[in-house]
Write a protein that binds this ligand. Structure first.
Ligand code: E4P
Length: 220
């Protein structure tokens, strides 16, 4: 399973690379707003810096902020020219769907974001999105089952052999990642802190402490 990091923070992206688990990066306008940029140009350069960290790995999702078709096309084309590893992230709206169709025709890669239902995921695949981002955590937040949506989308895509890849987003805890791996989707995108929590087990800490105490008690 591919691990994408859901952040625009270069320190976190480098950390994930050092951990050896960095396959790609996803950003969104809220994540971009957490970094300090004073112009669009700076944001564009930032996307290029992220692509350069990735080297020969997967890609970086850069989200468009336009909401009407013509503007979306203009913005997405500009983003796609920044670096070959840029994937244009497009919101699941009617104009967004038309834009994805256009980008697919132009061979510009897309990630259809803000997916909250199987019908939206089916639509995105039908028009040629390369990735869909279903938001597991935000569905759980309103008392529905985010992982069930992942299962449904996987089944639908398998039934018709859609090439669209499922990139599970809005990951809140390690079980989200484990369950996604059991379902067998292509990738997750997660905050770095959840990635670290995959490593943790109290018995590992207790076990290591005991090994070291036993060793030090006998051997000086
Ligand atoms: C998806 O690509 C989004 O960037 C992200 O996963 C949203 O996560 P959140 O619900 O934690 O904001």
């Amino acid at each position: 399973m591919k691990f994408f990091i859901d952040t625009a923070n270069l320190k976190e992206i480098n950390e994930a690379k050092l951990l050896g688990i960095l396959d790609g990066v996803t950003t969104n306008p809220s994540l971009i707003s957490k970094e300090s940029f004073s112009s669009k140009k700076e944001i564009e350069n930032h996307y290029i810096s992220i692509c350069n960290i990735l080297q020969n790995k997967e890609n970086v999702s850069a989200e468009i902020i336009s909401t009407n078709y013509e503007e979306m096309i203009k913005e997405g084309e500009k983003l796609s020219l920044l670096h070959p590893r840029i994937v244009v992230k497009v919101p699941m709206t009617c104009d967004g769907i038309k834009a994805i169709k256009y980008f697919s025709y132009k061979k510009i890669k897309t990630n259809c974001t803000l997916i909250f239902s199987s019908s939206q995921a089916l639509f995105a695949a039908k028009v040629g999105a390369n990735y869909v981002s279903p938001f597991i955590g935000r569905i759980d937040d309103i008392s529905y089952d985010g992982l069930n949506l992942i299962k449904e989308i996987k089944k639908i895509y398998d039934n018709y052999n859609f090439k669209t890849k499922i990139l599970a987003a809005s990951i809140r805890h390690p079980l989200h990642i484990i369950e996604c791996s059991k379902i067998g989707i292509y990738a997750i995108t997660s905050p770095i802190k959840v990635i670290y929590s995959l490593l943790n087990h109290p018995l590992t800490n207790i076990g290591l402490e005991k090994f070291l105490i036993d060793y030090k008690n006998k051997i000086n």
